[in-house]
Structure formats: C-alpha cells, structure tokens
Design a protein around this ligand. Structure first.
Ligand code: SAH
Length: 351
C-alpha cells in the first residue's frame, strides 16, 4: 500500500529515505516542493531517477478535494467543504484579517463532545481525520487563494477551531503541527498555531510534554460547574477546576497567553454575576478572553445577547485587568462563524 506523503513529518520522511537507500537530499527537495511551493503534482526538482521511481511507486500525494466553496458577501471569509477519500466531508474556514488570513482547521468528521450550543456536535462523531487530511485542508485552501485571489495567499495563523475536538485526536493533530512548524516546509511560527479544546484532560496531559509552545485556547463558557455541565457534557468527567489546574501547569513562553473562549448566551451566562465569577477565576493568570456572542444555526436553542449586554460583560472583566476581546462574527452569512460548521447540514456527508 502507498504511504501518504502528507502523513509524514520531516523525521518520518528522512527515515523512509534512509531505509530505502535514497539520496539524503530527497527529504528537503520534497518538503520544499510540496510545502514551500505547495505543488501537488509529482516533484520534478533535482531528483535522481531511482528516487523518482521509488516515490512514484510508494508514495501517495492525493489530498482532500474541494467539494464546495462559499464566499461571504459581508467580508472576505471563505468556507470550504472538503470531500475525503471515503466521501465523508469536513469544513475549513479562511478568516481574513488585514490583508492576511487565519485558517480554521477541522480535526475530526463530526465531534464526540456534543456541546449544547454547537452545530457540529449535532452531527455526532464519525471518525478522526488523518494528518494528511488536516494538512491537506491548509494546502488546498492556500492553492485556492493563489488561484482565485492571487497575491493574497498569506495564511499566517492556524487555529484548530473547526469541526472536532483536536485533543481527542492528539496524534494526528500533533503530527500536523510538526509539519506546519517544519523549517523545511511551511515554516509557520509556533506562536501562530492555536489548538482549542473543550477541556479534554488526557490531551492536555500530553500537551506540555509533546507540543510545548503551541498556543492553547479553552472553551470555558461558564465559570459555574453546573452550568458548564449543561453546555459541555465532558465537564462532568473533567470538571473545570481540574482543567484549569492542568492548564496552570503548562509552562508558557514569555508573552504567551492562554485564550479563554466564552460564548455569551442570552439570559444564560451573560449576567453580572457570571462576569464577576469569570473574572475571579482568571485574574492574575496569563489569560486572554475572547467573548463570542452566540452564533445561531438552524434549530439552535439559544439566543445572542444585545450588544450593550456584551459590552457590560466586557466592562466587568476590564475591572479585573484581563485583556478581553469581543469577537465579531465573520462569515456568518455562509454559516462559517464559530459553531456553525456542520458538514451534514446540506445533506452533504457520505451516505
Ligand atoms: N472542540 C474544540 C474546537 C472547536 S469549537 C473546542 O471546543 O474548543 C471552536 C470554538 O467555537 C469554541 O470556543 C466553541 O465553543 C465555539 N462555538 C461553538 N459553537 C458556537 C456557537 N454556536 N456560537 C459561538 N461560538 C461557538
């Protein structure tokens, strides 16, 4: 069986090269071709005939295919629906900032966390994505920009905030990060990658050992355990106080913050009491709060609070001197905003 090139980090590729007596330069040539130049056709740069033949017979370069592209008319957000080899589908979002983009990657087909406010959770869990399916979202989105918005193919930040719980698919996500970080390839800065979690402690345990330096975002959503249980079912197994003490143990680099995401839901977690308790919980930590007014989706039970309520909530957090940003929704006209990803919504999953 052929091995997918995009499942290999640089060390894996070097191993393959050595085991098969290929020229040592093959690894850097291939990483340069497929990750720096982002070519998806067979490499024609500086490779000996024997290497070319080996690669052709043993290595697969196929990537998830773009099924549908939705471009927001409000802003420059782009949502991709990718078709995987087994016909399952996942979504990826390019989020514009200045003249650049952040990319929001999916890590699983569906999600097992079943959070009450999240559209992906409604889709259930199907399977983990492979590293090549994660890395492939990036390569294909970059190539789409190069073809459709030439000169704009600058994806500077990677956030694992698409479909799935990335820490529930740790091995594949970790390897994808190693590939993104590799200086032989895309060479993304370590502080430009953020992994968002609902608080899956087994993944957090591996974090500090295996991917130190990558940024962490925690979906917090309520400082009260009972309310958080209602929103995020795994809180019953891994309660917030345990999650926060795990996070406190993760060594941070200078100027590195943990992002705490807080969805504001009307009349549920948007009161003065909620804000004060959240402030008390995070005061003094290297914390950065992202307030996300709830984004509605077809069939959602919750509502978004008024802007004045959101601003009042932020003003309370300001008194704790915690940097807080109100995140305005981007791409909500194409259901590309946080929590609006559901690759089954248009009957598009494999059936
Ligand atoms: N499973 C991971 C990553 C995916 S969710 C996690 O839970 O963090 C990415 C972010 O979108 C999370 O902060 C999540 O809580 C938020 N989100 C989910 N549904 C939302 C909705 N309907 N409105 C606003 N944000 C939402």
């Amino acid at each position: 069986m052929q091995q997918s090139f995009y499942d290999l980090n640089y060390a894996d590729l070097e191993k393959l090269v050595i085991q098969n007596n290929l020229n040592a330069s093959v690894s850097s040539v291939l990483f340069n071709w497929h990750y720096k130049k982002k070519e998806t056709t067979p490499c024609v740069d500086n490779l000996a005939k024997t290497s070319l033949a080996f690669i052709e017979n043993n290595v697969d370069f196929s990537l998830p295919e773009i099924d549908t592209v939705n471009e927001s008319t409000h802003d420059r957000t782009v949502k991709f629906l990718f078709r995987l080899k087994d016909n399952y589908k996942v979504e990826t979002v390019l989020i514009p900032f200045q003249n650049k983009y952040s990319i929001c990657l999916s890590s699983q087909v569906g999600c097992a966390m079943n959070c009450a406010f999240c559209f992906t959770g409604k889709q259930g869990f199907t399977r983990n994505l492979t590293t090549s399916e994660i890395v492939g979202q990036f390569i294909q989105a970059w190539r789409w920009l190069a073809a459709n918005r030439p000169g704009e193919e600058r994806i500077l930040n990677i956030v694992f905030m698409g479909q799935g719980e990335p820490l529930h698919n740790f091995d594949a996500v970790k390897k994808a990060c190693e590939i993104f970080l590799s200086q032989h390839g895309t060479s993304i800065g370590i502080q430009k990658i953020t992994i968002s979690t609902a608080g899956y402690i087994p993944g957090l345990e591996r974090w500090s050992q295996e991917i130190p330096g990558v940024n962490l975002a925690l979906s917090l959503h309520s400082p009260f355990e009972e309310k958080r249980n209602e929103l995020i079912p795994i809180n019953k197994k891994y309660p917030l106080d345990e999650v926060l003490s795990y996070i406190d143990k993760i060594p941070l680099q200078k100027k590195q913050f943990v992002t705490y995401e807080y969805i504001l839901i009307k009349d549920f977690n948007d009161s003065v009491e909620d804000a004060n308790k959240l402030g008390e919980l995070l005061v003094g930590k290297a914390a950065y709060i992202n307030l996300i007014p709830f984004n509605t989706f077809p069939g959602s039970l919750y509502e978004q609070p008024s802007l004045s309520k959101v601003e009042k909530f932020k003003a309370i957090l300001d008194t704790f001197k915690i940097p807080t940003l109100i995140r305005t929704a981007k791409g909500d006209d194409v259901l590309a905003a946080c929590g609006q990803l559901n690759s089954k919504a248009r009957g598009s999953a494999a059936d």
